[in-house]
Design a protein around this ligand. Structure first.
Ligand code: AP5
Length: 208
């Protein structure tokens, strides 16, 4: 399963709920890359310069990373991809090795994305995601799940967000047509309550 959507559309939020309910693996390229950045691996050092500018990391780096991750035994039960593919080239490479069952496109009004991203706070330890207004933690700046401190992602500042949205429009949005053409695409309205959106997704994918 693939989850498409602009930065801040709610891919990570919904992918975690979907993975829990259907007991499949959640693979988020952004999380894999941020982990490499923190560990200062060779890949992480390269990726950091692109991510901090709000640009895409070069295709080959991300393709190698994801294909390696999908070889894991925990991927055998099925998986949801969050943040991959992000270019038509990545989608074509994926199609050569994996059969995609369904592609969900989280469709959110562009005006809402800036507020969602600037208000996001993430747990540096377990990766849980919150929002200061829409999904606040129970205690200020403390993760509900593991009790660690919350941080603001460095690419969630307004100047970088602008670039991320522009990059999405230019390179990732064409994937909607790509998967629609293959008959795989389901559009999901992504405005509204997190649980309401999740229920719509469940009713869309359960028959499959
Ligand atoms: P990545 O981490 O994938 O970032 P993104 O696509 O920009 O998506 P986000 O994580 O910002 O948003 P999301 O849609 O997951 O929203 P979330 O659920 O958190 O990628 C980061 C960078 O890595 C890229 O810029 C690029 O450099 C690189 N990269 C990654 N993949 C790559 C690839 N394949 N190729 C090349 N480079 C790659 O929600 C956002 C906020 O809104 C949260 O605070 C949440 O609580 C809140 N929220 C969620 N749903 C709702 C709702 N319904 N109502 C109100 N608030 C909501």
């Amino acid at each position: 399963m693939i989850l498409l959507g602009a930065p801040g559309a709610g891919k990570g939020t919904q992918a975690k709920l979907i993975a829990d309910k259907f007991e499949i693996l959640h693979v988020a390229t952004g999380d894999l890359l941020r982990d490499a950045v923190i560990k200062e691996t060779e890949l992480g050092i390269k990726a950091k310069e692109y991510m901090s500018r709000g640009e895409l990391v070069p295709d080959q780096i991300v393709i190698d990373l994801i294909l390696e991750r999908l070889k894991g035994t925990d991927a055998k039960v099925g998986y949801i991809l969050d943040g991959f593919p992000r270019t038509v080239h990545q989608a074509e490479k994926l199609a050569k090795v994996e059969e995609v069952d369904i592609v969900l496109n989280l469709d959110v009004d562009f005006d809402l994305l800036l507020e969602r991203l600037t208000g996001r706070r993430s747990c540096a330890s377990c990766g849980a995601v919150f929002h200061l207004k829409y999904n606040p933690p129970k205690a200020e700046n403390i993760c509900n799940k593991c009790g660690s401190g919350l941080i603001q992602r460095p690419d969630d500042h307004e100047d970088v967000i602008k670039n991320r949205l522009e990059t999405y429009n230019r390179l990732t949005r064409p994937l909607i047509e790509f998967y629609d053409h293959l008959g795989k695409l389901k559009n999901v309205p992504g405005d509204g309550e997190i649980n309401g959106i999740f229920n719509s997704i469940v009713s869309l994918i359960s028959p499959q």
